[in-house]
Ligand binder design. Structure first.
Ligand code: UDP
Length: 239
């Protein structure tokens, strides 16, 4: 029945794009649905940690183009991720799901600081833990942070929820009608063919540390729960 593939503890990466529904700010209908599906997976016994992006508010590289110093822009980007964390926390709690936010930049009124052992403790108690503010360091991405957090708190897999695409393809499926979906993919091929799994720094950290990554589409109803519990959707990337 596939139950041997069930995940015990996972790291879900949600991009800022997912929160914004393609626009600046928060699309509450999307966040509400994702929260419901996360809660469903927790009820099925999976421990869920989440890293959220912030691209629906700011990206440091884009702010730099607009004339803001890069590091300051990156901090603005990191603060944007925290707003997404709080929105997701709110919808999770509306579902009755206990949730803690931990941030890499200290802000005691709204979140706990990032304390890995405490995060593990929360997970063991059935709480969802949301990691905000990236790594707390400019020049990093939330993709890299999702791999780092997954390694540090011992997750079985990193689940990359994507918008507008349901896995990794041989070419961009939005431009090339012959593009084929990989159901499995080696890190070697992903790097050699420069396939769109995640940014290069994140991908090499994942490969070097033998992380298991699943890239899947957020849009289909129930997909988030499916990915979290360990069903085979999208593309599995491994060594
Ligand atoms: N960021 C950063 N350090 C980190 C994580 C994020 O400086 O550890 C900044 C960076 O400017 C980035 C922005 O925060 O552009 C938003 O994060 P990201 O672009 O990874 O979000 P996503 O693309 O997943 O929405």
């Amino acid at each position: 029945d596939g139950s041997e593939n069930r995940h015990r503890r996972v790291l879900l990466k949600l991009s800022g794009e997912a929160f914004g529904g393609g626009e600046v700010g928060i699309d509450t209908s999307v966040v509400r649905r994702v929260a419901k599906e996360i809660h469903e997976a927790v009820q099925q016994g999976v421990q869920v940690a989440i890293v959220v992006g912030g691209g629906n508010f700011f990206r440091g590289a884009e702010l730099q183009q607009a004339g803001i110093e890069r590091s300051r822009g990156d901090y603005m980007g990191m603060l944007g991720t925290v707003m997404n964390c709080l929105a997701l926390q709110d919808f999770l709690e509306q579902e009755g799901q206990a949730t803690r936010v931990q941030t890499a930049i200290t802000m005691g009124q709204v979140a706990e600081p990032y304390i890995p052992l405490k995060a593990i403790r929360h997970l063991e108690k059935g709480r969802v833990v949301i990691f905000g503010a990236g790594a707390g360091m400019p020049y990093f991405s939330t993709d890299t942070v999702s791999i780092q957090r997954a390694l540090e708190i011992h997750c079985d897999a990193v689940l990359m929820g994507k918008n507008g695409v349901d896995g990794v393809y041989t070419a961009d499926p939005r431009r090339d009608a012959d593009a084929k979906l990989f159901t499995t993919l080696s890190y070697k091929r992903a790097l050699v063919d420069n396939l769109a799994v995640m940014d290069a720094a994140a991908l090499s950290m994942a490969r070097d540390n033998d992380a298991l990554i699943r890239v899947f589409g957020l849009e289909g109803e129930g997909n988030v729960t499916r990915a979290l519990v360990g069903e085979e959707i999208g593309t599995l990337v491994f060594n």
